[in-house]
Design a protein around this ligand. Structure first.
Ligand SMILES: [Zn+2]
Length: 208
């Protein structure tokens, strides 16, 4: 796959997290060429000063916004798993999400709240937002993003249960005037203990 985003190998890549630093010049070039055509089709002059570098900027920006394809979220979790007998709910809430809707290539953004109940292993708390980000930085729909985060944590950490709630605003709804401004979409996905009403409502209470 040659959409390849080059990464800085010095940046802790063993834990599956790689910072995007620079881009394959040929990929940038190819995407930029197409954006020049798009600007013309929109009735613009791609040569004028303000737009001269826009195709290249957009090419880099799009690659950054989809760099999650180059990350391995399970590896991010495995890099910081520790044996621990703690069996209470662990919650990481208000994780910022920025993603792109795959239907319109417009941003959706908001908050993720993630909880799990350990079953012999805990994971470094900073890894949860990284997992969220690794899935969010792809072309997505909010529903799939929610389930992918849940499944990754469930399959990798094998806890007694996982809960994921996402609240997001979609610019494709807001800017295109389809729904009221500022309306928020909420999605959720649960496994194990969180399938039980009592545990689930405790989680909902703790995040609200
Ligand atoms: Zn959309």
């Amino acid at each position: 796959m040659d959409r390849s985003v080059a990464v800085n190998p010095l940046h802790d890549s063993e834990d599956g997290y790689q910072k995007v630093d620079h881009y394959n010049p040929r990929t940038v070039q190819r995407i930029a060429e197409k954006y020049k055509e798009i600007l013309k089709d929109l009735g613009e002059d791609p040569q004028r000063e303000g737009l001269a570098k826009t195709p290249e900027r957009v090419a880099k920006s799009l690659q950054f916004l989809t760099h999650g394809y180059d990350l391995d979220p399970a590896a991010i979790l495995r890099s910081a798993m520790f044996r621990e007998e703690y069996q209470q709910m662990v919650i990481v809430k208000d994780i910022e999400i920025y993603s792109l809707c795959e239907h319109h290539l417009l941003p959706f953004f908001g908050k993720a709240h993630v909880a799990y109940i350990p079953n012999g292993h805990i994971v470094g708390l900073s890894k949860i937002p990284r997992v969220v980000d690794a899935f969010a930085r792809r072309l997505q729909v909010q529903e799939r993003l929610t389930v992918e985060i849940r499944n990754c944590i469930q399959d990798t950490l094998q806890p007694l249960g996982v809960a994921v709630v996402l609240e997001a605003q979609h610019l494709c709804m807001i800017m295109r005037g389809i729904q009221k401004q500022h309306s928020t979409a909420t999605t959720s996905a649960f496994t194990g203990e969180f399938e039980h009403e009592k545990t689930r409502s405790e989680f909902i209470r703790l995040i609200s």
